[in-house]
Design a protein around this ligand. Sequence first.
Ligand SMILES: [Mg+2]
Length: 308
Amino acid sequence: MSAAGTAHREQRRKELARLAEVRGVMFDIDGCLVLSDGPSGHGGRALPGAREAIDLVRATGRSMAVFTNGSMQTPARIAETLRSLGLDVRDEEVLTPAVVAAETMRTLYPGRPVLIFGGPGVQEEFLRHGLPLVDLDRALAGEPADAAAVVIGWDTQFGREKLQVAAEAVLAGAPIYCTSDAPSFASERRFNVGVSGFIASGLSHVTGRPYHVLGKPSREALELLTRRLRVRPEQMLIVGDDLDLECAMARTAGALGCLVTTGTSSAADAEAAPADRRPDFVADGLPEVLELLSLASQDAAPPSAQTQ
Ligand SMILES: [Mg+2]
């Protein structure tokens, strides 16, 4: 065998050895598990290998999370959509930045009211966590909002009045948090605009104050993921289609990062990526991830299981 062939085999052996150590797997949704024209799989189709990859993660006893940066829908609703596409995903395995936001607010500002921008995906999550919210009507009537923070998610109903109350709260000292500032997200046929970043950028423009993103690849998102997967960061495999989100998060965590080129970023993008977002693996789709995981799982199986 040529020197190049030997080097390639050695490289593959090392990759499989690292994959065999993986105890928890995170999949991105849009552009990774599904492609659709709406966020979080809505109205879409499962990508090839998605069902089998999830089944393999379960069959090998690893923990799993699916993590979208979309905050339009609740985790339960997203799980329902994914199940309707044939993917075996449980409600509690779905993470959204609204979950990160609710848990972060509860930790940072216990008992303090928060002003939120968002539909059911944000509102229901905050209510589920028992967080007090700023009453917009009373704030508009002149009562002090006393907002501890302003949290911005997927909100298609906001108007000038809400922006006014939010801007006043920010100028009074409330920090701005945003679920995601992605300008757009991977979809089947069209450019899908990101709403949360649009509002956060506007509020930041109006107030001159920065915003902090809580979705992938933030430190807060990573901490939540690690807690949910119940593994050490270096035992995680993070799979997604976006170098700036999933691959950056894997690098920060010291986890294994896998780029699938079925969405936003290409193999050429990965090649040119800076070290802080370079993936450990590039796969042209989940079937290749499935194959690698299968090989690694066989390697990791005890001798008795290998001979059966
Ligand atoms: Mg994606």
